[in-house]
Design a protein around this ligand. Structure first.
Ligand code: ZN
Length: 283
């Protein structure tokens, strides 16, 4: 499943290719699962609108839409938007920018033909992804449930875990606390912060929590720089695979030597999820 760095990479790639373009025509497939808003309503809302900006909120890709005179910086575009197209990639979803003559992949559920001649396509084999359209005159703008891990401050971050008995690994995955952190980056940031994944969240010291916050930001930003992790079939907006998977320290390295101390990486289940750590480096 794409996590924050992958979604950020895709959102940036799509933004660079479609910002300022106008949606000339929208086509939606016949499978109903991907459409949180009925396909006909999405098509009607999207056609004729200008894409002011594309950005990430949590694990969602949000296209800010407006009237032809809009555009500018992201904050400006967000305030000018009068509609949003919200894409969740689910397990296998892909949002691609292509030319109209590119072969249409099977499992293509949406195609937006743009005035520039480009085309935005949503492809999803397993159909856990979701497409939603919001008219901001009728509904409020999309907002993630939890705090944004790249910008949360030390005080707010520490407050999220205060008094919590659940394992820190499980707390990191709780989307109501932090939005967009999944299994790979939870394991990698706990390794970097030298914290055992099963330690109760509320028992972490202030120093440990700050180490964890910084580690999480570093791991996520490093992964974004490398274009995300290509596990299963993730590719970015141009169909290019990411490279962060080559730099995983613990994730899916069970039995392999720790890059720091050489001890075998262990795998345990925490909160129902596979969790990888080094018993020597993490406490
Ligand atoms: Zn180690």
């Amino acid at each position: 499943m794409p996590e924050l760095p992958e979604v950020e990479t895709i959102a940036r790639g799509v933004d660079a290719r479609v910002r300022g373009d106008r949606i000339a025509e929208a086509w939606f497939g016949s499978h109903r699962e991907p459409f949180k808003t009925p396909a006909a309503r999405q098509a009607k809302g999207l056609e004729g609108r200008v894409i002011l900006a594309v950005h990430r909120i949590g694990k969602h890709i949000v296209c800010e839409l407006g009237s032809p005179a809009g555009g500018g910086a992201l904050d400006e575009s967000v305030s000018k938007a009068n509609a949003q197209w919200i894409v969740h990639l689910g397990m296998t979803g892909r949002l691609l920018v292509t030319t109209p003559d590119a072969p249409v992949a099977s499992h293509t559920h949406a195609r937006l033909r743009l005035e520039s001649g480009r085309e935005v396509r949503f492809v999803d084999a397993r159909r856990f992804g979701r497409l939603e359209y919001r008219d901001l005159n009728q509904t409020k703008a999309f907002a993630g449930a939890g705090l944004e891990p790249l910008t949360v401050g030390p005080e707010e971050f520490a407050a999220l875990f205060r008094g919590r008995k659940l394992a820190i690994k499980a707390a990191l995955l709780n989307q109501g606390l932090l939005t967009g952190v999944g299994n790979i980056y939870a394991d990698e940031s706990l390794f970097r912060a030298e914290i055992r994944p099963r330690k109760a969240a509320g028992r972490l010291t202030r120093t440990e929590l700050e180490r964890l916050r910084v580690a999480l930001v570093e791991v996520l930003e490093h992964a974004i720089r490398l274009g995300g992790s290509s596990v299963s079939d993730y590719v970015d907006a141009a169909g290019v695979r990411g490279f962060f998977q080559l730099e995983h320290c613990v994730y899916q390295r069970t039995g392999e030597p720790c890059r720091r101390c050489g001890a075998a990486i262990r795998k345990v289940i925490v909160g129902g999820r596979s969790t990888h750590y080094c018993a020597v480096c993490q406490w």
